[in-house]
Design a protein around this ligand. Structure first.
Ligand SMILES: Cc1cc2nc3c(=O)[nH]c(=O)nc-3n(C[C@H](O)[C@H](O)[C@H](O)COP(=O)(O)OP(=O)(O)OC[C@H]3O[C@@H](n4cnc5c(N)ncnc54)[C@H](O)[C@@H]3O)c2cc1C
Length: 227
């Protein structure tokens, strides 16, 4: 069996691991203490925030088939939201999003990634890969504590391109292509309130402000209203 390493336990890395698991010996390396990557959920008691991806589209049959178990097991559901567009501080459009192609998690966004994990592959958490080496057609990877792993027949790097550049060896032949990929930065502000007035919308798109997207999430947990 081939020895395979996957760097990154976001949706890409875990999907890949899921697809390859029965055909190879596989280890996933993840720098954080949990899986999910940008399909992120953060707890700050008593609040819980999905502060990365909020919803996603299922636009083809293959993707829908892949996610069918998550729909059946109520990990994801159709997105149902009252949405507003705001321009010049005025609401210019109201829509109700209830569209069969939009899905959102029932609770935590990272539960989507967690659901795809099973016992056939090992995930090494809190392990930041700092360096990759290729020798005699085999890959070795080095973490931030200088521990070395390998040899691997295949290495999959599923981290954002600018971070991949930091760990790829100097003469990797696709460096120039990766360097051309530009990512824009994005910040999420998470606010939790004990009391807040009722809003008549769930999501808002600001067409002319630095804050572009606002999502209000209400949940009753042990008689507390979580927003
Ligand atoms: C605020 C925000 C909102 C978004 N909203 C939406 C949305 O509504 N709908 C939608 O479809 N998409 C949305 N996206 C995009 C979506 O979240 C991403 O495209 C997707 O989650 C990327 O998954 P990935 O597995 O490719 O990468 P990531 O999720 O980035 O996973 C990479 C993983 O690699 C780990 N890692 C990085 N470097 C190392 C290293 N050196 N060693 C070990 N591990 C490492 C990271 O910790 C991370 O877990 C949003 C993104 C953000 C940030």
């Amino acid at each position: 069996m081939k020895n395979v390493a996957v760097i990154g336990a976001g949706i890409t890395g875990i999907t890949l691991a899921n697809l390859l698991q029965k055909k190879v010996n596989l280890t996933v390396f993840e720098k954080s203490r949990g899986v999910g990557g940008r399909m992120a959920t953060r707890r700050a008691e008593p609040y819980q925030f999905n502060h990365g991806a909020q919803y996603f589209k299922i636009e083809n049959k293959e993707f829908k088939n892949f996610l069918q178990p998550l729909i059946q097991n109520k990990i994801i559901k159709h997105l149902e939201a009252n949405h507003i567009d705001i321009l010049n501080k005025e609401v210019i459009k109201r829509t109700k999003t209830y569209n069969k192609i939009y899905y959102t998690p029932v609770s935590k966004m990272n539960s989507v990634v967690k659901y795809l994990i099973n016992n056939n592959f090992f995930i090494k958490l809190l392990c930041k890969i700092d360096k990759t080496i290729k020798e005699n057609d085999k890959w070795f990877i080095i973490d931030s504590d200088n521990a070395s792993y390998g040899p691997y027949d295949w290495l999959f790097i599923t981290i954002p391109p600018n971070q991949a550049l930091e760990i790829l060896y100097n003469n990797f032949k696709f460096l120039d292509i990766i360097k051309k990929i530009k990512m824009r930065s994005c910040y999420s502000l998470m606010l939790g309130f004990d009391k807040i007035k009722e809003f008549d919308f769930d999501t808002a798109l600001f067409l002319d402000e630095d804050v572009q997207w606002l999502s209000i999430r209400k949940k009753i947990i042990e008689n507390k209203k979580i927003l």
